[in-house]
Design a protein around this ligand. Sequence first.
Ligand code: FAD
Ligand code: SIN
Length: 523
Amino acid sequence: MRYEVDFLVVGSGIAGLSFALKVAPYGKVCILTKGAADEGSTRYAQGGIAAVMYDSDSFDKHIHDTLVAGDGICDREVVEMTIREAPDRIRELVQYGVNFDRDSSGGHFDLHREGGHSEFRILHHKDNTGEEIERGLLEAARSHPNIEIKERQFAIDIITQHHLGQRVTKHTPGIECYGVYALDCDTNRIDTYLAKVTLLATGGMGNVYSTTTTPVISTGDGVAMVHRARGVLSDLEFMQFHPTSLYNPAEKPAFLITEAMRGAGAVLKDRDGREFMQKYDKRLSLAPRDIVARAIDNEMKLSGKDYLYLDARGIGKKHLIEGFPTIYAKCLSIGIDITRDMIPIRPAAHYQCGGIKVDRNGESSIKYLYAAGECSCTGLHGGNRLASNSLLEAVVYAHNAAMDAIESVKGVPFKNEVPDWNAEGMVLNEEMVLITQTKRELQEIMWNYVGIVRSDLRLQRAFDRLNLIFRETEDLYNRSVLTEPLSELRNLIACAYLIIKMARARRENVGLHYSLDLIEKKV
Ligand code: FAD
Ligand code: SIN
């Protein structure tokens, strides 16, 4: 089938939905999403969204905290722009119908604090903020007459001059995007979506690693598509590991224990119940995430244990049950009463700071192709994202991209000469084990050799192992009918390759990139 839309959006998380709602008055919008519309990292966000809403805080402080967490390599102008725009974007979320908790007077927002923040500035909805944001935005999008949401449609590749038979390399000037090819997961048919403007809002790539807080859909599809289309990517060595995921080995994805709990007074302890963060940073359990995750990793290696503890008992029963109901219920379901027991935790891959390089307007190096949310790299996070700045970045850049796209859509024709996908000669691969086993191997390689602490040798080993996996998978791809699992596996391999390549190129320890063979960043 062939479709023509003014604005094509790939992804229905906070970034995709926010963009769609803004461009909808200016043309037909089609949102493709590979699973159910509400499935993505957005829905699982717990802590909240950071913004300076009152005079007790200041833009300068939030800017300073973001720059410090980013370890000195954020784009300062982007940081300033994003943080100053935050209150407007929050007010829009409220207008779309998103509810944030208010204080007891019902007037002001109730604010939490998380690691690296010098003030209480995290707007939240209990400990399930993402679910509330996703609900509000999805309801608004579903009721807009110009927005169509198509579930179980898996974008495979963005369409460029390459598909018109031209040779495209990363040095080709003026690469353009004409839309995407997408697999209908119910019929296995590959459709052609022609668009005047395309936004990638495909989220993160946590599933490159064996332990991750991200949902199974986070397989780096957008980044891999742009890599294949020869677009510019950046900062992929900065994979953020969240310090506190619930240790429950059989569970995938790993359940998150929000940092807001440490903001409320919970402290990290070793297996003997002793605090240890004083050995690593004067901000203790509330140091930025890269520091806390490395400290936990080190303590686990020194003791040979699989997990440590978060002790939240000091927060008090009432506050724990009322303020963190999701975590309380989850832990109770596996026999842990957080009002009485310490919570077993370990780090997990959580957030990709790098991605598709975009400018202030969210436009990528490929014309008519925008990116927003976790799949993009704006320069806001530098070497390490400050907690709760991700949802913020998504709404700010969805707005900027929408404002730009509304202009660039004017007068752009559809590229009707784009051919349909050619699947001739392909056979259905019936050996699922080739895909599931390879995915597992990949995730273990990345966890063991390209994790929180790296070394030249580990990166080399990962690269060599990955090469074999890459060749086997490309061979399978060249013979097989394309399916969602095969496409995801190829994308994960591409992302793993890019993380390793960028990690090897980074010759100093900065932010989340930490190698035993490198010196500390020169200040
Ligand atoms: P997502 O919400 O992940 O959505 C991606 C969308 O793209 C999905 O709809 C998916 O189906 C679709 N998609 C992907 N690939 C394809 C494809 N090939 N074809 C079609 N569709 C595709 N950040 C904060 O700021 N504050 C928090 O409190 C916070 N808590 C978090 C808690 C958890 C457990 C996790 C995992 C993350 C958390 N984060 C938090 C990070 C934040 O939630 C994410 O970075 C953010 O939600 C990403 O939004 P997004 O719109 O970019 O992507
Ligand atoms: C958390 O709630 O700890 C996650 C916040 C984030 O990832 O920004």
